[in-house]
Design a protein around this ligand. Structure first.
Ligand code: SF4
Length: 240
């Protein structure tokens, strides 16, 4: 369990995987964010300090432990979280990465239930997985927010779901009537349910975002992909 500069000042611990897709030093490939959409083009966790060898190898070690011995990893997490420094505190599951499999998500809900004195929260794009495995009977101490920018965005209903969207800046959040989590990351799960996040001020990312919200960018991307599939399907069906 770690803490970074941004989360440390609000007393939040975090546990992370390497972001999105890659290859481990032993040659195995992985995808820890199978429902990532446009977010992968501007992924903060594929930039800056996240790429430092010490950070990267820690995240890769976390993933290797999960892949090679999920029950052992779960036991280790439960044991670590038993320490008094975690009681009454918050753990952010994934500063990078996501619930990439059913078994992995089940392991986390088991950890939450085993450590009721700890509060857990997460952002996730794994909408279908949480709908199936968590929403029917969530642990009391697990809080989540669905984040736009993924291939399952169309399943989200901002009238019902707690959702987070990335906006070009704080003014855009305010104009849309959403609520910024700038003051504390915990507002993503404890504040009003329409959560606005300001895009990282990384020039190359801002250029790609081009003033759009993640939700609108993803919707355009999804429509374009559907159109491409339809065109390919029509060509395949056309008589030769
Ligand atoms: S889901 Fe998060 S960590 Fe994964 S690619 Fe998207 S922004 Fe990066």
């Amino acid at each position: 369990m770690q803490s970074n500069r941004r989360l440390k000042h609000i007393g939040v611990w975090t546990w992370s995987l390497p972001a999105w897709a890659g290859r481990l030093p032993d040659g195995r490939t992985y995808n820890t964010c199978p429902s990532a959409g446009i977010c992968r083009h501007v992924c903060y966790a594929l930039h800056g300090a996240y790429l430092w060898p010490v950070v990267r190898s820690r995240h890769e070690a976390n993933l290797r432990f999960v892949l090679e011995d999920l029950p052992g990893w779960q036991r280790a997490m439960m044991a670590e979280l038993q320490a008094s420094r975690f009681a009454g505190r918050w753990v952010r599951i994934h500063d990078s990465g996501d619930f990439f499999s059913d078994d992995y998500l089940r392991a986390w809900t088991g950890i939450c239930r085993a450590r009721p004195e700890v509060n857990f929260y997460c952002y996730t794009k794994e909408v279908d997985r949480l709908r199936r495995l968590v929403e029917p009977d969530p642990p009391d101490n697990l809080h989540w927010v669905y984040s736009y920018g993924g291939v399952q965005d169309h399943s989200l209903d901002p009238g019902v779901d707690r959702v987070a969207d990335v906006f070009p800046d704080e003014d855009a959040i305010e104009r849309a009537g959403w609520s910024s989590q700038r003051e504390s990351d915990l507002l993503a799960v404890l504040g009003p349910p329409l959560v606005g996040m300001s895009a990282n001020r990384i020039p190359v990312f801002l250029k790609r975002i081009a003033g759009r919200r993640f939700s609108t960018w993803q919707a355009v991307e999804t429509a374009a992909r559907a159109a491409r599939h339809k065109a390919t399907g029509s060509r395949r069906r056309a008589p030769s």
